[in-house]
Design a protein around this ligand. Sequence first.
Ligand code: 0RA
Length: 637
Amino acid sequence: MEKFEHEYGAEQIQVLEGLEAVRKRPGMYIGSVSIRGLHHLVYEIVDNCVDEALAGYCTKIDIKIEPGNIIYVSDNGRGIPVDIHPKTKISAAETVYTKLHAGGKFGGDSGYKVSGGLHGVGASVVNALSEWVEVTIKRDGGIFQMKFQRGKTVQPLKRIGDTKETGTAVRFLADGTIFETLEYDYATLEERFREIAFLTKGLKINIEDTRGETPKKAEFHFEGGLNSFVEFLNKNKEVLHKTPIYIEKDGEVPVEIAIQYTTSYSENILTFVNNINTIEGGTHLEGFKRALTKSFNDYAKSHNLLKEKDSNLQGEDIREGITAVVSVKVKEPQFEGQTKTKLGNSNVAGIVSSMVNDALSTFLEENPSVAKAILEKCIAASRAREAARKARELVRRKSALETSTLPGKLADCSEKNAAECEVYIVEGDSAGGSAKQGRDRKFQAILPLWGKMLNVEKSRADKIYNNDKLQPVILAVGAGIGADFDITKIRYGKVIIMADADVDGAHIRTLLLTFFFRYMRPLIENGNVYLAQPPLYKLAKKGMKDIYCYSDEEMEQKLNEIGRDGINIQRYKGLGEMNPEQLWDTTMNPETRILIKVTLEDAIKADEIFTILMGDDIAPRREFIEQNAKFVKNLDI
Ligand code: 0RA
């Protein structure tokens, strides 16, 4: 990093060049200029306040989304230092906002700050990408203010009043010439700030959205920290023990973990590094899993809980029904993986593992009834796994004998090169029929779905193999499932879910995404899963080619272009309303269709939603149905 050894002018020029670089290649600093990148600006500013909280000086952060998509963030920390450097004559506060990477979080020129799509790039990046920024600081008995436009100082820091309080407040408007949209999604921001509040025990975070007629707001404050987090994740589930198992240790790599088992069959482990959700896992997750397997096996053996016929419990047996949050703080994290959300620092595995081993062994010895409840479930899981293996072998042997292993309702394509092929999974026989007639049979296969919706949440693998709704999907994809899944064997390069844009459609979409997430995860990771996007409206007019619109906004825009006179607007309620030709034109023709590629994040969301949909509680289900349209909109294209 440049020292303050130039004279004022030279330093200033160098600084501006730095921020110009950010405006030229914003993606390098915030990942993208989509709504994701836009949200990133807010996270960046809030992260700085969270750091102040972690340092022990800030207890409350207020966030507001104001009309016009102006963001306001304030904290009650010490206030950014306002003193002026004797050589540069620039205040520390202005430096933080105009100099790339000033502020020195975690020090070093680590991958942390330039890890693309992650936080920690600095307030100056937000400044560079904003039409304007206004910072107000209360500190040293005074109120100070400075203003910027597109990264350039238009008002250097000046004292505008007196106060005994301390804190920092930032207002900014993101630059509309840089971002695709300035329309923040309240639900996404709320969810992230809830997460930060869980991860930062005791910190109060308030969020308010005053853009609409009815303001939205939420207050988050969790004295229980990660314990509150797992209780929240398990709120629609039945738990095996009332209080989560809590592990916390400071040191070179501070670790905080909460674990609570439920009666469900799924595994839900969330991991964070410096408050960033590492959805691809990494060394912290490896260390955690290793210790979990070892501690429970050691305990089971020393207490003679395993029968002669049971071999060692496997990791997956021990993780059945687990909900856990693992949060570590790493000074110079290395992020790897496709989305740079996999922790690579190899020393972390050993640190987490030995810590969890110690704490968990002690916990199990001190809480024999909890230990027993969990281990009984693990042993049941282990026996079910054995049963599933046998069922799978049976299926394998059977398919080797049968001439055709493809499901009866599948209308396959003629092309043999899998990379060129697509399969549309279609809910409902009538839509399935239209799709079969409308498709290009050379490379498009159609699999209509029928049968009973399976509760993946409440089923073990052996049931899933035999489910009449999912088995055709397994056979059509052709690459096995679970631990046997082999991505090189897939029969189609694109697996496309085509469902109506209504609640039933959301239901089937959620089931399939959850199923792929749990049993064919590489298919999602490899980018093979897509959602078809059927149009919502058809605009027809005499002498004009029909126009299809895929959103309300698009329809408004089109209506403004072509005028409203003599226009007939048809709203499609379902795929079944379209004839084969229309279905081809709007939803299946690669030249004109819109496909949404499913990301791992989407699948994780679907998995969470599935619990709500299939759980026994009515209230959360109703809530989901009310918010359902939003879920579909939130998927990133
Ligand atoms: C004291 C020293 C430093 C920063 C802050 C206070 C501070 C920064 C922010 C940003 C948002 N809210 C804040 N509240 C306080 C400098 C220490 C450093 O940069 O490492």
